[in-house]
Design a binder for this molecule. Sequence first.
Ligand SMILES: Cc1ncc(COP(=O)(O)O)c(C=O)c1O
Length: 411
Amino acid sequence: MTIRPPVEPQLARRHRAATLALNGGLAHDPVTNAIAPNISMSVNNAFTPGDGSFSADGVPDLTALPFLYAGWTNPTVRQLELRIAALEGADDALATASGTAAATAVFFTFLKAGDHLIVSDVCYAGVHELACKLLPDYGIEVSTVNLSRLDDVVAAIRPNTRLIHAETPCNPLLRLTDLAALAELSKTHGILLAVDSTFATPVATCPLAHGADLVIHSLTKFINGHGDALGGCVAGRKDLVERIRSRAGVYFGAALSAQNAWLIMRGIDTLFPRMQAMSASAGKIAAFLQAHPAVSSVVYPGLPSHPQHDLAQRQMRVPGAMIIFQVRQLDAVAHRMAHESEVFDYAFSIGHQRSLVVLLKTQDLLRSTFALDPAQLADYRRYAGEGVLRLSIGLEDTQDLIDDLDHALRT
Ligand SMILES: Cc1ncc(COP(=O)(O)O)c(C=O)c1O
């Protein structure tokens, strides 16, 4: 199935990122001149005599209508796709029902039985489990590699390696991958590189500019930013996105709803100021935690103590809004955060306007998700010890967040 794209806005100049976040890919409504995106809820669009949607002999032409059925795309979803493409400096993008659906779409488009996938040994648990527990059932070989160690990547490459799936900063460690170096390596071996950039957002890093082939997002997180819509996307070169759309976009049934696309676009309008404010707040909170006697370790890409601080400075324009930290009395502090916090909500997920905290115990994640060899485990513990509290910093006053943490740390 081929889907003809709608007319895309042509800009005379390439604008800077914050302007692109507002206007990139967005066209005024051609009928009403509405500036804000419309929401088009229709599941289907009609073939209308005289509008070119019938062939000369009167047969409906499936390739003539830009929008046919919302399972493939829809005017509001398409508007979001164009905005994501503009933000990431991509030719095109495909929106999906969730971030996990976007990763699934990439895996099942570029991998078949007999192929080999290299996936980060630590990344978002759902995608890690999809790669390691489901893909082998389909005859796909999978290796889990610490992608911050290029020698380990080289050692893992096989003649049938087709795809590397990276995540930077990775969930939950906030460990980084050197995208330019990994992209060079992937290109040398003719391997596609897909990067989940959910934690970074285009405000911090645009993976395609560092040489990646595809960038994946959970739009559920910072890009929507309001905790009220699931969504995902993958962006990149036109031919790659077209392949994903024609396979997974059509046959997986994981289309994004128009309503969620509209909510996510509403979120994108404030992505830059939100990320900048949350990142500035996270920097102060990370410094507070690092100075606190009850805290034994803090990982935040903006702290000079981050093991890859140099790379963070090269690759991230802002250090982001995610922090992990260790305390000696992990359970007690987690309990106080869950029961006595006035500002933080104790909850999974990240990237919302309200701050979130959750306890992630190393043993629990090793049991449920990550099968690490001794060197990988040592690296995991270097970042996360026996467990961490993961903070997703929102837009509240920084001092209120610090007061909440200070209270919980006085055990
Ligand atoms: C880095 C990362 N990628 C992907 C996902 C999956 O996103 P979704 O919940 O939209 O499927 C998550 C979810 O937490 C995530 O943290």
